[in-house]
Design a protein around this ligand. Structure first.
Ligand code: HEC
Ligand code: HEC
Length: 339
């Protein structure tokens, strides 16, 4: 076991995510991508958009343990939020796709998610004067292709960021930004609890894949599969935890790590029992809460910051003993729904 990489660090996050050379963000591209993201034109039955599952008012999650399929049954994985997704180095829990641009066609091609042939999506878009105009602005002189649809949506996704958390402000010198409990939790995170082995850097992930002994819920996944280390930013706002949404609150996650995972017989997880006391778990939760950021929307010409989005998802765990009062109220503003 031992410390994995050369002394990993915790770092604040700020600015704007990187973008591929062929797709610099512009105001008109972002505007187009936003329209497409919220438009059910991209689904076979014209009733689903990306935002059916990635809802803006829920920090681009769906509020469920696992995604909900077109066939009225649960998907095997949860819907990840899209805040800070521009900094991810691979997409999906298994990282099977590398870039945001590449990712866009996948939910369309999935017959349980949006079920629409990307060529058919392009045909629909080409015959819609509204989109013809937006594409002409965003990509002057270029023929509308699915590649451009993907570039626009990816540009929109890169505008969704969350930082300025208590942790960020503390790291930038504001000593009082974190509570004493959160500070103790931060220390534990880097020592006894060993979280920093995998959750490090500005996004609290090593961008790598590990088997952490999450018992598979159903037969969908191969036993012992390695999954992408999840970012811990805004993790207390999630509705369920782990790739398969098997854990419902942060306490269950900590119990899981504390007992060294729950791998089936014969499989060895990359974690081991930690022997954390109850007050130490409280401190870790306080630290994780200090990673809840302020949600921003970047505008064209990164990295200008504009338009702070409303506080959204409720905190999913909220142990009573914890300090710091984070409101658990979900903002229910219909103007954000499927525009
Ligand atoms: C039916 C619900 C559903 C719809 C509709 C949907 N997604 Fe997702 N999305 C998911 C689920 C579930 C995952 C995780 C799948 C996996 O890891 O295998 C995911 C993963 C992603 C990821 C990867 C994020 C990460 O951190 O790894 C991105 C980006 C994404 N979706 C964007 C989109 C876009 C863009 C659209 C519309 C074109 C869309 N999604 C439509 C449910 C949905
Ligand atoms: C060996 C690497 C490793 C270590 C050590 C580790 N994690 Fe993780 N963590 C992961 C991976 C990989 C996932 C994703 C697992 C999955 O999706 O099934 C994850 C997922 C999580 C999640 C769920 C996030 C979500 O949205 O689903 C939380 C919370 C979390 N870890 C917190 C911690 C804490 C707190 C510690 C220290 C007690 C810790 N981790 C130690 C690798 C690690």
């Amino acid at each position: 076991m031992g410390i994995a990489s050369s002394s990993p660090k915790l770092e604040p996050l700020s600015g704007a995510p990187p973008y591929p050379p062929g797709n610099p963000p512009t105001e008109s591209k972002i505007r187009l991508g936003e329209e497409l993201f919220f438009d059910s034109i991209l689904s076979g039955n014209q009733r689903r958009s990306c935002s059916t599952c990635h809802k803006r008012e829920l920090h681009f999650m769906d509020g469920l343990s696992r995604g909900w399929g077109l066939d009225e049954s649960e998907l095997s994985r949860k819907t990840p939020g899209l805040l800070n997704v521009g900094w991810q180095r691979s997409m999906f829990f298994d990282g099977r796709v590398k870039t945001l641009e590449e990712q866009v066609s996948k939910p369309l091609e999935n017959h349980r998610e949006m079920a629409l042939d990307p060529d058919e999506a392009v045909a629909r878009i080409r015959s819609d004067p509204f989109y013809v105009r937006l594409f002409a602005n965003a990509f002057p002189g270029e023929e509308i292709t699915f590649g451009l649809v993907a570039k626009a949506i990816a540009s929109f996704e890169r505008t969704l960021v969350s930082y300025d958390s208590d942790f960020d402000r503390y790291m930038l010198g504001e000593e009082a930004a974190m509570t004493p409990s959160a500070k103790r939790g931060m220390e534990l995170f880097q020592t006894k609890a060993e979280c920093i082995r995998c959750h490090n850097g500005p996004l609290f992930t090593d961008h790598d894949f590990h088997f952490t002994g999450v018992a598979e819920r159903d037969g969908h996944e191969k036993r012992g599969t390695k999954y992408k280390t999840q970012s811990l930013r805004d993790s207390l706002r999630r509705y369920s935890y782990m790739h398969n949404g098997r854990m419902m609150n942060i306490r269950q996650v900590l119990e899981h790590y504390n007992r060294g995972g729950s791998a089936p017989d014969g499989l060895e997880a990359e974690i081991r029992p930690l022997g954390l006391a109850e007050n130490e778990k409280d401190d870790l939760v306080a630290f994780l809460r200090s990673l809840n950021g302020r949600v921003h929307r970047l505008t064209g010409g990164f990295p200008e910051l504009e338009e702070t989005l409303p506080e959204a998802a409720p905190e999913s765990s909220a142990p009573s003993s914890a300090d710091s009062g984070e409101s658990g109220a979900a903002v229910d503003d219909p103007s954000y729904l499927n525009r």
